[in-house]
Design a protein around this ligand. Structure first.
Ligand code: PEP
Ligand code: MG
Length: 565
């Protein structure tokens, strides 16, 4: 039997499955016989214990997982929820039931808010389960124990489970729920665990079923033949050899260089990115530093953060994006208006144009950080300097581009460019290149706006596919305009992390690729299998297809025929 889902990464795994235990049963709604005050005291002990446990798990996991678990820990002791629990106890609910109802109420609120907030609803469910388990004195449902490696099958995974997975034991993940932006997917990608999410029929996989999980193909094969197992095992060995090979610059088979850069949210990820072969930073998402800030950050606090990132990449390039606030990433000090359609609202460069002081401070902080790292000396060799490029998000046209580039130059930024995420920017790409030093294509938003499909909404996930020929044609227009202008065109959306799509992007004229560092090895290996002429041929086939899935299938077929090695 072949099950299908959304693959995360390109990994493979061959092992027997083990299911995650079912969630705890919903507490019954019988009137409580206990004293509300005593119950509240008991609950407070559980809240504190769960919050501390989540913090400890976060500290043990580090990185992106730590941020998620710290946020969950805060949820456990959120004063509004505690107040809600207290009210419910007062109206005669049992401790279990009061916790369950209070968290369920907040969960529903998040779901109604939609987008990024709705995706966090599962995190709240997990916190609620952990508190109820603590109150009952039973273990919270968690990853099963096994003496041998296994593929974990779950309805969905809570961040607390994913963060501390024992990678020697859990060799793959299959979930029934979840989309490409769910936490399971994000964390699996950052830990390089082969995973497939949103698998219909996953609920029917019995414990101990031998499966071949192929994340690249998005498939789970049950009852595989010996030859299937052999082929998958060979590919696993080949991938391990590729990952262990000495780091080398990204290049096509004919030697055409395609620098492979990292997408980072803070300097914390720098060492790991470098270890994975990042040749610089292609997207520093500065808004991630300030998601919890209620006030605009001071210039000095920004300088400290930027300097740390720039120092980590001396001898390389760092492309910093100025604050991209709004829609799924609101910053309270920049986006305070209530909007019906925030994805179409005052976000990115639009919000910054409306709050020019904040943009001025950020550009000043960047110029200062660069001066501190490079000094004011002209005698430095390129290998001793960091190359700072700065770009604006959500640029719609040449007017936006001109505004940003001239403002950045005025404040001492030497290389200023823009992100192409709004389809209009591709339609007037020639005008944009007249003013911008470079363009970096954000395929996540470009796809969302080209196909009018909310990037966080599961119901339209089938349209959120950067393989769509409409998206690829826009990339081609930007690539061609960049070639004519003799200026670089990067891609820093998730599309760059899909190895075969990365080849197509290069065929469309893209000159650098920036991605989550864990994807670099796979992309490097795939680029090395194709010449520039082949990449262009694959690009022609992709843009001629009539849907995303046909483009992907046609390119997959042709590349298998073409590929070297
Ligand atoms: C994009 O839109 O592709 C992009 C890289 O920006 P973000 O994902 O941060 O919106
Ligand atoms: Mg974007």
């Amino acid at each position: 039997m072949l099950l299908h889902g959304v693959g995360v990464g390109r990994g493979l795994a061959v092992a027997s499955t083990l299911r995650m235990p079912e969630p705890l049963a919903e507490p019954t709604d019988e009137p409580s016989t206990a004293e509300p005050e005593a119950e509240l005291a008991r609950i407070e002990v559980s809240l504190a214990a769960v919050a501390a446990d989540l913090l400890a798990r976060g500290a043990a996991a580090g990185g992106e997982a730590q941020d998620v678990l710290n946020a969950q820990s805060l949820m456990a002791e959120d004063p509004t929820i505690v107040e809600d629990i207290q009210t419910r106890l007062g109206s005669g609910k049992t401790a279990d039931r009061a916790v369950f109802e209070a968290f369920a109420g907040f969960r529903d609120l998040l779901v109604q808010m939609g987008g990024y907030m709705a995706e966090r609803a599962a995190d709240l469910d997990d916190v609620s389960q952990r508190i109820i388990a603590h109150l009952r004195g039973v273990p919270a449902p968690g990853v099963p124990e096994s003496a041998t490696p296994f593929i974990l099958v779950a309805h969905d995974l809570a961040p607390a489970d994913t963060a501390l997975l024992d990678l020697a034991k859990v060799v793959g993940l299959i979930t029934r729920e979840g989309g490409p932006t769910s936490h399971t997917a994000i964390l699996a990608r950052s830990k390089s665990i082969p995973a497939i999410v949103g698998v219909k029929g996953a609920e029917n996989l019995a414990d101990g079923t031998l499966v071949v999980l192929d994340a690249g193909a998005g498939t789970v094969l049950t009852e595989p033949a010996d030859s299937d197992v052999e082929r998958a095992t060979e590919r696993i060995a080949q991938r391990a050899a590729e990952a262990a090979a000495p780091l080398r610059p990204g290049a096509l088979a004919d030697g055409t260089l395609v620098p492979l850069l990292a997408n980072l949210g803070s300097a914390e990820g720098a060492a790991e990115a470098l270890a994975l072969g990042a040749e610089g930073v292609g997207l520093f998402r500065t808004e991630f530093l300030f998601l919890d800030s209620t006030e605009a950050p001071s210039v000095e606090s920004q300088v400290t953060q930027y300097e740390a990132m720039l120092r980590a990449f001396v001898g390389k390039k760092v492309v910093v994006r100025v604050l991209d606030a709004g829609a799924d990433k609101p910053l309270s000090f920049l986006n305070d208006a209530k909007e019906e359609n925030p994805a179409l609202g005052l976000r990115g460069i639009r919000a910054l144009r409306a709050a020019e002081d904040i943009l001025r401070d950020q550009l000043l902080a960047l110029a200062t950080a660069e001066a501190r790292v490079n000094g004011h000396r002209d005698d430095l060799e390129p290998g001793e300097k960091v190359e700072l490029w700065v770009m604006a998000p959500m640029v719609a046209d040449a007017d936006d581009a001109e505004y940003f580039v001239s403002f950045a130059r005025e404040l001492g930024i030497q290389v200023a460019g823009v992100m192409a995420e709004v389809p209009s920017s591709a339609l007037v790409a020639d005008q944009i290149f007249d003013v911008a030093d470079f363009v970096s294509i954000g395929t996540n938003d470009l796809t969302q706006y080209t196909l009018a499909a909310d990037r966080l909404l599961g119901s339209v996930a089938n349209l959120q596919d950067p393989w769509h020929p409409a998206v690829l044609r826009l990339v081609g227009m930007l690539g061609e305009a960049g070639r004519v202008a003799g200026k670089p065109v990067g891609v820093c959306g998730e599309a760059a992390a899909d190895p075969l799509l990365a080849v197509v992007l290069v065929g469309l004229g893209v000159t650098t690729l920036s991605m989550t560092p864990a994807a670099i090895a796979d992309v490097r290996a795939e680029l090395a299998r194709h010449t520039l002429a082949e990449a262009r041929e694959l690009a022609r086939v992709a843009v001629a297809a009539t849907s995303a899935s046909r483009a992907r299938a046609a390119v997959t077929g042709l590349s298998a025929a073409n590929a070297i090695g």
